[in-house]
Ligand binder design. Structure first.
Ligand code: ATP
Ligand code: MG
Ligand code: MG
Length: 289
């Protein structure tokens, strides 16, 4: 007797898209493993250039602008689509997360801000100066610069924004994760001490660094508030991509950035490669010889 069993079905299961950080309302899932992000012209310009830059393999594929419910969206690849129950980490790169332009605007109209004072003391009651305490307010520029010193942004040139594990737990409470040891602990937890995954990430970051150092796009842009999205799953598959180009702005030609020099107001250096160097060093130290 022939025992008929159903043919194995190899239809690939697509992971549902999950978001780690950022405004939930900004995204919609599309069909065929694509993702819609609320339109931003700055981001569109970056994507258009990136599609013909050497960085192309390190960014989501871009498919132009599309409309949904009368709202414009940038259409891109969902980077999670080829993973099975992925673990995801969003790391914001650079030693500064506001544009020089934002700082300039804040300087032009220096208003003492009570809301920012409140936010400041909620995090650290000792942070305000005596004068700020008397006014119960801080200037926006002061607040912006103070905020960068809380996390590892100012000291390491990157910070963890959020981690989502495959079991569904999500941690976005890294605003005060500042020191190397704290970062290492978060990374160990993210990869569940799996050294093979860690090794893949280290390799991928080294490849990214080599491409960034040659990229025409990268040398001609101030890259602020952009993240690296780390994704791995139980099969051992791991990848890293650059995302979020809402504050990535072109330099006036022929000016270029090296992304490693310390920032002084006016030079527009963003510390992106300095942060990447630090990240690679940290991973290298975590790995066995
Ligand atoms: P913010 O400026 O506050 O960081 P945002 O609205 O600009 O947020 P992004 O930073 O681009 O949004 O993305 C937010 C989150 O959405 C990321 O942390 C990631 O989890 C997810 N995400 C963004 N782009 C992709 C993508 N192409 N594929 C998969 N997930 C993505
Ligand atoms: Mg972001
Ligand atoms: Mg953004």
């Amino acid at each position: 007797m022939v025992n008929w069993s159903p043919l194995p079905v190899t239809v690939k299961k697509r992971s549902p898209w999950v978001q780690v950080v950022g405004h939930a309302g900004n995204f919609k899932t599309g069909s065929d493993g694509r993702l819609l992000k609320r339109y931003c012209e700055c981001e569109q310009q970056c994507f258009l250039q990136l599609m013909s830059d050497s960085l192309r393999p390190f960014v989501p594929g871009y498919y132009g602008v599309t409309q949904r419910d009368e709202q414009d969206y940038n259409l891109m690849d969902d980077l999670l689509a080829d993973f099975d129950s992925p673990c995801i980490m969003d790391c914001k790169m650079g030693s500064r997360t506001y544009l020089e332009e934002e700082l300039r605007k804040a300087c032009e109209s220096p208003q003492p801000r009570k809301d920012m004072y409140e936010k400041m003391i909620a995090v650290d009651p000792d942070a305000p100066t005596e004068e700020e305490r008397a006014q119960q307010a801080v200037l926006k520029t002061r607040y912006m610069q103070w905020r960068e010193t809380l996390s590892s942004t100012a000291t390491l040139g990157f910070r963890i924004e959020g981690i989502k594990k495959s079991c569904g737990t999500c941690n976005t409470n890294f605003k005060r994760t500042k020191y190397k040891d704290e970062v290492i602990q978060a990374l160990e937890d993210f990869v569940d001490n799996n050294m093979l995954i860690l090794r893949s990430y280290q390799q991928r970051l080294k490849e990214l660094r080599a491409v960034l150092e040659k990229s025409d796009f990268f040398k001609a842009h101030e890259v602020v508030g952009s993240s690296l999205l780390f994704v791995h799953d139980l099969t051992g598959k791991a990848g890293i991509w650059m995302i979020d180009f809402g504050k990535t702005v072109p330099m006036p030609p022929p000016l270029n950035l090296d992304h490693r020099s310390p920032w002084v107001e006016g030079n527009r250096e963003d510390g992106y490669l300095w942060g990447l160097d630090n990240f690679i060093d940290i991973l290298t130290n975590m790995l066995p010889e």
